[in-house]
Design a protein around this ligand. Structure first.
Ligand code: SF4
Ligand code: SF4
Ligand code: FES
Length: 229
């Protein structure tokens, strides 16, 4: 079986035996037996750490969870700097959690949360920061200041927590280069290995922002900026 790996400007083909291996196992085999210069990231080897995300035939996958097929094209994630071969620099994307103020504030112990309410933001806690959603996002590909999917999902996780005593700073932080820049295209949803739907979380943040008196700036400008609240 042949797989093709994008290495800088080059596309390098490797012949591998079909042994029902994961892509990460195949890459490790190539590195140890064929070409020690091949670079890629990995950690847990069990879909937990998020470090082995890359693209196969244009779609983001975790290499430790994907079984390669004949002719596969393996590329690094998009929209982030490539350090070498399949290794990318996620630092800027990780920094959006800080810009979005996506963290918990002191919670009110007097508010009890029902199991049903707790489920509302359980899934968002499962994000493994793999970066697949940033790679798939067409808005982030043209606007590197867009806060982007996983930071907005994380933001919603805290905003939707009924025990949060004050969500105003988190909501204010996602108004600029945030929720209104998202086109709700949904590209971030199918690539998430954790089944998280950042698009849906962004819709919820938009709704919450409306309740708190914020408005989509493009909608406001269509009124000539003449709306007063
Ligand atoms: S739904 Fe929004 S965050 Fe998700 S890929 Fe589309 S533009 Fe990006
Ligand atoms: S939301 Fe999903 S795709 Fe995005 S970083 Fe988290 S786990 Fe990865
Ligand atoms: S090596 Fe950790 S998610 Fe693949």
């Amino acid at each position: 079986m042949t797989i093709n790996i994008k290495r800088g400007e080059e596309l390098v083909s490797y012949e591998i035996e079909e042994k029902n291996l994961t892509l990460l196992q195949v890459l490790t085999q190539i590195k140890t037996e064929v070409d020690s210069s091949l670079s890629f990231s990995s950690g847990c080897r069990s879909s937990v750490c998020g470090s082995c995300a890359m693209r196969v035939n244009g779609r983001e996958v975790l290499a430790c969870a994907y079984k390669p097929s004949e002719g596969d094209l393996i590329e690094p994630l998009r929209n982030v700097p490539v350090l070498r071969d399949l290794v990318v620099d996620m630092d800027k994307a990780y920094g959006f959690n800080k810009i979005a103020k996506a963290w918990g504030l002191p919670t009110s112990k007097s508010i009890s949360v029902s199991p049903q309410d707790a489920k509302q933001n359980e899934l968002q806690s499962d994000c493994i920061l793999c970066g697949s959603c940033y790679s798939a996002c067409p808005v982030y590909s043209v606007n590197s200041e867009f806060i982007g999917p996983f930071a907005l999902t994380r933001s919603w996780k805290y905003v939707s927590d009924l025990r949060q005593s004050d969500i105003s700073s988190t909501i204010a932080a996602v108004q600029t280069s945030g929720i209104y820049d998202c086109t709700l295209c949904g590209e971030c949803v199918p690539v998430c290995p954790q089944g998280i739907a950042p698009k849906q979380d962004i819709v919820m943040l938009k709704n919450k922002s409306g309740v708190l008196g914020y408005m989509d700036p493009s909608f406001a400008s269509s009124f000539g900026g003449g709306l007063t609240f």
